[in-house]
Design a protein around this ligand. Sequence first.
Ligand code: PLP
Length: 395
Amino acid sequence: MIASEPMSGAEIMALDDQYVMHTYARLPAVFVRGEGCFVYDTEGKEYLDLVAGIAVNGLGHCPPKVVEAICEQAKKLMHTSNLYYTLPQPRLAKLLVEISGMSKAFFCNSGAEANEAAIKLARKAAKVNHSAEKIEIVTAEQSFHGRTIGAITATGQLKYQKNFTPLVPGFKHVPYNDIGELRAAVSGRTCAVLLEPVQGESGVHPAKADFLRAARELCDKYAAALIFDEVQTGLGRTGKMFGFQHFDVVPDIITLAKTLGGGFPIGCCLARNEWADVFEPGDHAATFGGNPLACAAAIAAVTEIRDGGWVKNAEEVGNYFRERLSDLPGIKEVRGLGLMIAAEFAEPKAKTVAAKALENGLIVNAIGENVLRFVPPLILTKELVDRAIDILIKC
Ligand code: PLP
């Protein structure tokens, strides 16, 4: 076979099956092209994509401004070591600092890595400024923070941890939105409380404002870092630039990835100076972190999200989408903020509906047996919501 020879969908699936580790239960679709809210398979069939790379393609597929920025930067300089200065990295850092209210950024390549950076930062700050015993990190049950050993330890779901013990010592999990349990868990030994403003992976559960406020108070009382994992909620997804802006609670550290690069891999840990300045040369690094290509893509993506009206669009189209989903037959509950939405069925039929939807040219994500998750591009329109609802009714 010649590398450039076109292959059928079946051939590509067989190739993947043989040579790629089976860490994903892939669905039977092979995508070769994307544009806006749509992707296309090997046969040219069109799919309306309401998963968007799991909240990555915030501006849709191949957004022109991001594509242009990548092409321009790729011709100039793709990568140098972080031992030297380049322009796109501080430019992106300034942009993110301006929109978040944080002070400084550390760049990496994924959400899990961003959380690792945040955990290390909080641990070092506690050790340097307080005591060697101040090492505990409190996170929530049913949370999701990524797949590295540190991140699965933070993740409050046994299914992601069970075959990979021993985990990292010093983590405690409390039921999400349970203020009493949170109070009982946080103490002078706590160096950080790590929370998602809306739990995404486990089925789109927004935080209660009182819970996040209690976390803020406890962190202030015990001089611990309040870390918000905004890997999924960040950059317009919830109808505000950041998830925390719904709750009037400001964190000390924010982690980002997913939408940040407009489809290009990049992660980021943002922190206020009190925390950020604890990191010294040699404390933390990522070879690829914040390279000029990734940063150029992210500058273009974040600027377009900020200036293109897409945050407002996520709020408006999200409200409309939730309304329309509530009218679907068999729906028990619709949850979410902006374009981070879950529809829970009364019956265990989410997987069947998602599979039928795929056959009918609609990409939605089943979580467990009862929940459909929607994290579409922020550029989604009401007309496309209507099209999706028509397909879902058929399914
Ligand atoms: N944190 C949250 C809230 C996420 O939703 C995810 C991924 O779904 C991660 C962290 C991990 O991100 P990544 O897969 O880029 O490591």
